[in-house]
Design a protein around this ligand. Sequence first.
Ligand code: NDP
Ligand SMILES: O=C(O)C(=O)[C@@H](O)[C@H](O)C(=O)CO
Length: 277
Amino acid sequence: MTPTYDLNDATTIPAIGFGTYPLRGEDGTAAMVSALEAGYRMLDTAVNYENEAEVGEALRRSGLPRDEVVVASKIPGRHHAYDDAIASVRGSLERLGVERTDLHLIHWPNPSQGKYVEAWRALVRLQADGLVRSIGVSNFTEEHLTRIIDDTGVVPAVNQVELHPRFPQARMREVHDRLGIRTEAWSPMGKRRAPLGESAVADAAEAHGVTPGQVILRWHVQLGSLPIPKSADPQRQRQNLDVFGFELAGEEMDAISALAEDDGRLFGGDPDTHEEM
Ligand SMILES: NC(=O)C1=CN([C@@H]2O[C@H](COP(=O)(O)OP(=O)(O)OC[C@H]3O[C@@H](n4cnc5c(N)ncnc54)[C@H](OP(=O)(O)O)[C@@H]3O)[C@@H](O)[C@H]2O)C=CC1
Ligand SMILES: O=C(O)C(=O)[C@@H](O)[C@H](O)C(=O)CO
């Protein structure tokens, strides 16, 4: 069974989740069912992935008890106004076919709109009403975090940020540790720029008798970062979850972190300027 982290709201969450973007349609549902069969107990979706119905269907098809799987979704930029955020979550619940999500995030802060505080107030309300279990954010900077915490007194349980060997987010991990927020990593492999062939990764894979993908995910685990790798391939799905039987040495960890690049973001997704509706 996958180890778990305790969140700041006294709930727990698996140490590795399954990313569902861009899985859609029957093939997408089948890939999600296969992930649940492989042992994943957290599915990460979003309104903007247009696959919440598939996530709900996979959950039901898996036959797993509802309370064994963390279902996580996200409010898009166009739904930040308070009433829209409430309606957005209700819409997600309907498409997912569940009575409550286990984690709900604000997808991007979109600071030029200036409404992410309203979306956060809505999530605080929805949590009090029992429609979402844990609440968090995604792509928030320290400034955005400070604003919502100062406004409501409620600290997000997680912040899901871009984090991979090309962009290890040392500063945001420190901020999260100080505030008691769990760091969650999107594009944890580095997607198309995954450094699978770099010697820091390949040498460690050979030394431990695992695959390069497993080395990268183990690096996340040892950083305390919760990765949500996406794979449509059942064998890679299983490998990506099977990273708790070996340990990287300090030098191996440092060599992977040294793959960081000055402009290591995958598509220029700086949350101060990149906005998604
Ligand atoms: N909050 C946000 O703003 C964002 C959130 N996300 C979330 O993060 C999730 C994961 O991010 P994503 O961008 O998909 O990037 P990942 O880093 O998870 O990379 C996915 C790619 O890596 C391949 N892959 C997976 N496992 C392995 C392996 N062991 N060895 C080699 N290749 C592998 C997959 O191919 P294959 O399927 O063929 O295995 C796929 O092409 C998304 O699904 C989404 O849920 C993503 C972007 C932004
Ligand atoms: O997948 C997500 O959650 C996103 O926020 C998008 O930015 C996505 O990564 C994308 O479309 C990148 O081009």
